[in-house]
Design a protein around this ligand. Structure first.
Ligand code: SF4
Ligand code: SF4
Length: 225
């Protein structure tokens, strides 16, 4: 058997492999992702649930150790295929130690960008370049470099490095200086979008809506969830 995207089971001749997930010895269909393997084993999926396999939410954080490996690596269960002999453990969510409050509308212009990074994320300049965030990131983002760029005031370049961040917050857990790199990344991306021109197609679409040229069909399927 194998599993198609979204969890549907397809019959491919009954090939399975054995692995351990959260202490449960299970048989997984060959080709299944870890999240699909968990579901196929009939185990309850009550935590670490988010976008269910779309790879965009970062909720299905796991630690994975393959046979012969000494050190476990962070991964996302939706993006990682089950392998024979794997040991897998789901990981809790790691919130930032404190909320980071800011008002993008009050920011003025980009001359204030560096001052804002300093004010909202003063811990960022204490980065000790240990590389823990890079090692923890399942999306292979250059987190340490992004933090360094942010401290230098290079907001656009730093924010761009976080483009594929899924907010799994593994870098938050890894950082000994409590910098909360993912939250810094979110702030940088918001600030960059706030201080630069919006995409032309978005501006045009909003203009069409405001002018009534984009009629909203309230009877279309899904328009009234
Ligand atoms: S930067 Fe942090 S929160 Fe974003 S994907 Fe990497 S580890 Fe997860
Ligand atoms: S884990 Fe924290 S201190 Fe270490 S390199 Fe990353 S941001 Fe810097």
């Amino acid at each position: 058997m194998s599993l198609a995207a979204g969890g549907a089971v397809a019959d491919t001749g009954g090939m399975t492999l054995s692995l351990v997930m959260d202490g449960h010895a299970i048989e997984a269909p060959e080709g299944a992702s870890l999240i699909q393997a968990w579901i196929a084993a009939g185990l309850p999926l009550t935590e670490n649930v988010g976008c269910m396999g779309q790879g965009v939410c970062g909720a299905c954080r796991v630690l994975v150790r393959r046979p012969g490996e000494r050190i476990a690596a962070a991964a996302l269960a939706c993006e990682t295929r089950a392998e024979a002999g794997m040991q897998v453990a789901f990981i809790d969510h790691f919130p930032a130690r404190r909320p980071h409050a800011y008002d993008l509308d009050a920011m003025g212009d980009s001359w204030a960008a560096l001052r804002q990074v300093d004010a909202v994320f003063p811990e960022a300049k204490h980065c000790r370049h240990c590389g823990g965030c890079d090692a923890a990131c399942p999306k292979q983002i250059e987190v340490q470099k992004a933090v360094t760029l942010a401290v230098e005031g290079r907001v656009l370049a730093a924010g761009a490095l976080f483009d594929h961040c899924v907010m799994c917050n593994l870098c938050v857990a890894a950082c000994p200086e409590h910098i909360a790199p993912s939250h810094l990344g979110q702030f940088l991306r918001r600030m960059a979008n706030s201080l630069t021109l919006r995409p032309g197609d978005l501006i045009e679409r909003i203009r069409q809506i405001e002018d009534g040229a984009q009629a909203i069909d309230l009877d279309s399927p899904g328009s009234r969830p």
